[in-house]
Write a protein that binds this ligand. Structure first.
Ligand code: ADP
Ligand code: ASP
Ligand code: MG
Length: 407
């Protein structure tokens, strides 16, 4: 008997009717003779609503309390889905992340899965149950509930698929797969039939929120094929796997954009050894990831240091950097929130000239100013003003002939 892990996102379980629809889809998979483990997200916008509610009570809620609060969203949807399956005459049991054996580190709001102990899941499957697991959460050694970062239910699903040695991990969402750009920005974007882990990881990390980056990382690590498809149709979707053919790999595969970007500039920094480590060490200790870092050439031994962090980390990052800037004799610390990243991604860019200049020209022709640039072997990212992001994505889509991509 094969084991299939399915994950249904928030919009797929947004109300009672949708939960019943998901239950019927699960039954179809079960009826084909499979064991089924299902991971669910919180209903609709529940997570956002819980965050807002918490902030009305306390503008800076304690991370431990916030995590326990947010974890309840997924508990609600998983119990309701088990009830929906029960009413269709199927045996189902819901489990919180902790009950499912998902052990994490203690970094609240961005915890990483350290281990999965799936004994309870295996026992329930043995009894013929469909197992529904609340996504996005785990438990620390000290029995505190953690969450895995926004969009983290994808990661729960892939982690369970890996540890249970599932045949496939199916991610059901509100679009019909992975597209060459966010279909909300570029309605004519094409669905990719398949995409490699490497390209998908860059797309996800640089803003394509259809998959959580950590889920893609785990998929690659355990060589777990991931299907991304719609929970509202039976269209074929996109397969993320390791065996993508060279021909398909050989071009720009997608455009990603990310609005969760903020920039910090430490102005008038003395140019001497130890300064960068003094600034970045406290950020690393606080688990804040810094993305683009640019240091200008110094004049009279004074320079400016600019870097980006997630917008959601800006307040915390400024509170750590400002005192350091003061102590090293920097002039001031300034931040900018109204920024976005646009990225072109494709393994075809490796060792091939011309992609950067085409990208810069396309942005220039729209009158879009590039503030910072970063690259990897398979990606070029420009940081631009937030209000230009839609124009930028559309211009890049045209410049790289993505309308020619196979559907
Ligand atoms: P879920 O709640 O099912 O996890 P998400 O909202 O997290 O769904 O992810 C799906 C959304 O991701 C889509 O509605 C789409 O707007 C967005 N998205 C961004 N980039 C892409 C892309 N390249 N392909 C498909 N969807 C994308
Ligand atoms: N409910 C969580 C969120 O909104 C996790 C998820 O949907 O994957 O981010
Ligand atoms: Mg998601």
């Amino acid at each position: 008997m094969a084991l299939i892990v399915q994950k249904y996102g928030g919009s797929s379980v947004a109300d009672a009717e949708k939960i019943n629809n998901v239950a019927r889809r699960i039954v179809e998979t079960k009826e084909k003779g499979n064991h089924v483990v299902v991971v669910v997200s919180a209903m609709g916008d529940t997570t956002d609503e819980l965050i807002q509610l918490a902030r009305q009570i306390n503008p800076q809620p304690e991370e431990r309390e916030l995590d326990l609060l947010l974890s309840t969203g997924e508990v609600v949807s998983s119990t309701l889905l088990a009830m929906a399956l029960g009413s269709l005459g199927y045996k189902a049991v819901s489990l919180s992340g902790a009950q499912a054996g998902i052990e994490t580190d203690a970094s609240h709001s961005r915890a990483r899965i350290l281990r999965v102990e799936p004994k309870r899941i295996v026992r329930e499957l043995g009894k013929g149950n469909i197992v529904i697991v609340a996504g996005f959460q785990g438990i620390t050694e000290d029995m505190d509930i953690t969450t895995l970062g926004r969009g983290g239910s994808d990661t729960t699903a892939v982690a369970l698929a890996a540890v249970l040695k599932a045949q496939i991990c199916e991610i059901y969402t509100d679009v019909e797969g992975v597209y060459t750009a966010d279909p909300r920005f570029v309605p004519e974007a094409c669905r990719l039939k398949e995409v490699g882990y490497e390209e998908m990881l860059e797309l996800a990390t640089y803003g394509a929120k259809v998959m959580h980056p950590r889920a893609v990382e785990l998929g690659e690590l355990y060589n777990m094929p991931i299907l991304v498809a719609s929970s509202f149709s039976d269209k074929p979707g996109t397969i993320i796997h390791g065996g993508v053919s060279m021909e398909v790999r050989n071009k720009v595969r997608g455009i990603a954009h990310d609005l969760n970007v903020a920039k910090i500039t430490v102005v008038g920094v003395p140019d001497r050894p130890g300064i960068a480590s003094a600034i970045f060490e406290p950020l690393a200790k606080a688990n804040i990831s810094v993305d683009t870092i640019v240091q200008n050439a110094s004049i009279n031994n004074i320079t400016d240091l600019t870097f980006t962090v997630a917008r959601s980390d800006l307040d915390k990052a400024m509170s750590l950097v400002e005192p350091v800037a003061g102590s090293i004799g920097a002039r001031e610390c300034v931040s900018d929130l109204a920024l976005a990243k646009v990225s072109i991604i494709g393994t075809g860019m490796q060792n091939t000239p011309g992609y950067a200049s085409t990208m810069f020209r396309a942005l220039y022709e729209q009158g879009i100013n590039i503030q910072l640039i970063t690259t990897s072997e398979i990606r070029i990212t420009c940081i631009i003003a937030e209000d230009k992001v839609k124009e930028a994505v559309r211009a890049l889509y045209k410049a790289f002939d993505l309308e020619q991509a196979e559907a």
